[in-house]
Design a protein around this ligand. Sequence first.
Ligand SMILES: C[S@@+](CC[C@H](N)C(=O)[O-])C[C@H]1O[C@@H](n2cnc3c(N)ncnc32)[C@H](O)[C@@H]1O
Length: 210
Amino acid sequence: MLTDAKARSKAYFDLHHASRFAREGYWSFDYKRSIQALELLRPDNLIDIGCGPGGFLARMRKELPQIRLFALDLSEGMVNEVRERFGGSVEATVGDAENMPLASCTFEAVTVNMSIHHYPHPQAAVDEIFRILRPGGHLLLEDMDCIPPIRAIANFVFPRLPGGDVKMYNQREIRTMLEAAGFTVLSYHKITPWTFLCVAEKPMTEERSL
Ligand SMILES: C[S@@+](CC[C@H](N)C(=O)[O-])C[C@H]1O[C@@H](n2cnc3c(N)ncnc32)[C@H](O)[C@@H]1O
């Protein structure tokens, strides 16, 4: 089932790029927390991975217009929507978060909103995010998590859904992946009972933990 999760994600999101719900952001309520963090971090540039049709990018354009924006998504439909919506002001790439066609040490910030639960090999994606960030750069990772019994039900249902959902990762799994990639986890906060924002930093020296 893991092997076809990406094909199902791609097919599903290729069809859903124009819906109003998708354009606003699948869970746009959480965006304000990332934006508050970015107001403090003040990156010059940022890439939104699994950007969808650009709900988060639209909020960024409005609230932090000085940041140069980039985007990446597995779905061509989503990327085309971003290109139409923002013209040349957002450089959008079709690509897989687990193997990104992007140069190393390029971005000062990476955001991933409601996307990592679609990744069958999330460690590969986290390693890739580490690679494309500049030393001292930040990852803002937002996704779902909730109390263990509900998470267990979600993780039973997810692979049976049409959208290529794979797994709701818990706090320990998220921290372990980030630290294995070499990140320092700065914070992990619940935003709602079913979502979280984790902020991690790529150290200035690239030593990985033993
Ligand atoms: C639930 S939507 C979230 C979209 C947007 N980030 C938001 O907040 O509304 C998940 C997005 O992740 C993308 N996605 C899924 N697997 C991916 C992968 N392996 N690499 C890049 N993007 C992926 C999907 O195409 C989809 O646009």
